[in-house]
Every structure is written in C-alpha cells, then in structure tokens.
Design a protein around this ligand. Sequence first.
Ligand code: PLP
Length: 445
Amino acid sequence: MQQNRDLLHKDNMLIANSTKVRYNPMVIQSGSGSRLKDDKGRSYLDFGGNWALANLGYDNKNVQAAIQKQLENTSYAGIVSSINEPALLLAEKLVQLMPGDFHKKAWFGLSGSDAAEAAQRMVLASSGKSRILSFVGAMHGTNDTGMGLSGLPGAGGVKYGSHVIKAPFPDPYRSPFPGDSLGLADRCTSFIEDYLFKTICPPSDIAAVFVETVQSDSGDVVPPDNFMPLLRKLCDEHNILLVIDDIKIGLGRTGRMFSYEHYGIEADLILLGKSLGGGLPLSAVVGRADVLDSGFAGFTTSGNAACCIAGFETLNEIERLNLVEHSAIAGKYLGDKLASTLGDYEIVGDIRGRALIQGIDLVQDKISKLPNRQAASSIVYRCWELGLLLYYVGNSGNVLEITPPLVLTADEIDEGTSILDQAFNDYMDGKIDQAKVAEFSGWFV
Ligand SMILES: Cc1ncc(COP(=O)(O)O)c(C=O)c1O
C-alpha cells in the first residue's frame, strides 16, 4: 500500500516514541461522520473512534461553530483565578445530568489522567484517609497517579501507587476464581470484605474505590449485573466513596448517559474525559460538593472557555441527536452482527460488550482459551489495509476493541463487519504479511 514515506520518516525523527501506541502507519488528514481520510485521500471507516474520543463523529458543525465563536472572544479564560460563563454552563449541565439528589459540583481538567489524579487528591483530602482500592485490569490514566490507580500488566500500570490496593475484577470469561464462576461478583466483593479488609487493608484506611463498569483496556470485560450494586453496598457499609471512571464509556456509549445507570446505583464522583470536549482536551470530575471542595487541584488552563463551550455543546448535541438511545439500538445491532459473522471462527473465544463498546477475545482455540495476540495484531493491521480502523486491547493484548463514534449507522456496521470477516479469513489463510505487522507493537508490550 502506498504511504507517505516523507511523513512517516518525519514522525520517526521528530515525535517522541514515548507518546506512541501504533497499530499501523495511519496519517490522519480529515474526518467526517464515522470516517477518516488519510493524506492520500483514502477513506477509512472508524470502528475505534480514536480511542472513544470522537463520539459525535469527526465534523460536528454545532460544536465547531461554538468553538469558533468563543475563540473570537478569547480562548485564554481559565477558572483558577477568574470566572467564565462557558465553564459555568458546562458545570450546570453536568451536575443536572448526574443522577443523585445531593449538592454537586464540577472540577475541570484537560485529560482523563488528570481527572483521575485530581479525584484521588480530593478524596484523600476530604476523607483524611490514606489509601485507595481499585481493580486488577483497571485503566485510570497514564500519568504516575493514573498508572498507580490502574492494574494493567502493560503500560507501566503496576509500577506506582503503593497506597493503592488492587482487588480481583469479576471477569466472567477469564475468571479470577476459576471453576467458581457462579456467584462471581459475590466472590470478588467478599474477597475484598472478608480477606483484604481483614488482613492487609482495614476499610477505615480506604478513602475511595475507583472502578470502571466495563473494564475496557483489560479486554472489554463486562462484570456480572450484580457486581456494581454489591460494590455500592460495600462502600456504603464502610463509609468509602465510590468513584466511577466513565472517561471512556460515559456520555452515551453504553446506551445510558452514564454507564452505572444500568445498575440503579449512585456514584459519589464520576470521571469524564475523552469525548467530553468534542475533540478539544477536556476532562471533568463531577460529584459531591464536599469532596470537590477539598484540597487543591488546578492547572492554569483548567476550565478554559474554548474547551468548556465545546463540552457544553457536545452534551447538547448528544441530546439533540438522541445519541444515548441510538447507541443502545446500534450497539445491540453491532453485537448481534459480530456474533453471527465472526462467532464461528475457531480463534473467537468470546464476544462481549455493552452497546457501542464491544470486544472480540481472540484465542488459540475455543477450548484452551489461550490468548492469541498475534491474531489480534494481524487482523487490526489487515483491517487498516482494507479500510477499517480499530485497535486491540486486553491484559494479554488479544482483544479486538470496537468503540466507534456514536453516530455510526446500521449500514456502516454491516460494512465494517464484512471487512472484519475478510480480515479474519485472510488471517486463517495465512495471507497477512507478518513482517509488516511486526513493525507495530500496539499498547501492551
Ligand atoms: C477508563 C479510562 N480512564 C482514564 C483514561 C486516561 O485518559 P487520558 O488518556 O485522556 O489521560 C483512559 C484512557 O484511555 C481510560 O480509558
């Protein structure tokens, strides 16, 4: 395939490798709806949404217009030492949207990682406690705090955060308690309560539990339905705050505005980011005012007016375009289509997800369930050659992840699934050039 050698060479020479997680040599030139164009004018259907960033697609006119209008006034209005109206509009909208009848406020930052760090600082300051509980397989960011809160085997996720206790996450396909999958959620929460709390980690030390309701980077793991209610109960009984990380799957992706709404529970804090800024860098922590009023966590650019108006307009567009409902319907169609098209391949162990986050767990064979990372990297690369973008994730780097823009249509689902089918066929027939695939190591090395 023809590539722009000049840009690839410059990328090699000029851009820090520490920022790179590459699956193919994609050069992005422009985007529209759920499609991206490269510098050669070649069009790609995007099943990855730039890591769940592009929920509204790549050219939402109302968000663009709102940003432009704000830039004509000023882009330099932060909230650290002054007030700007876009930040207030966004905060008001977010506290209205968040379920729960208690006094809420919003904190603003620029990336998911800084939201996780701010949340950690604020829960420690407000509770006066010293430790946090999170889960094996969790992803909460790539700064040192985020990595400390995370439980990923790759990406340095276990190097930091000696104050963070990691508990087993109830993965129904690869259970942390093999042979005991009945009552898996209870096994995990009682491991915390009856074992961790009674040995190395008294609950009185724990300020908060950080959790994703679908663990995406560990392989799109959907816990049993009773897990989140059990976790909420455990937090209530031990006076621990529940922090839901909805950075990747919040704002409609799971078919609800916030992912934990599936379980009829309340969160104390929600972390938001990625798609919130409609393409601009923006993150938020929303929740209990007494917690958000504790300690200090701010940047000079926090809550700047351009990003906040983009966030406000993004939320308006989610409502105007009915994207939460659309996500539920399109996600069901996508899940069914993936199962009927790909489910019979011997290398497909499991297909799982919630609405527009889906994972395809690739294995050596359906009996052994041994992770098949080579299949994942090969199929992702081949899909790019065939005009479909997606990534692979997972504790073993073997899960194809699908997190498309929420504006994805049924026709696009058919198109993308048939490209995946072709790539699976090519992999099974040994037709994918492994030398080319080997140039791209993905996320988990
Ligand atoms: C669930 C979750 N939390 C936090 C983060 C960190 O967000 P960011 O990369 O914007 O710092 C990510 C990023 O992938 C994520 O998926």
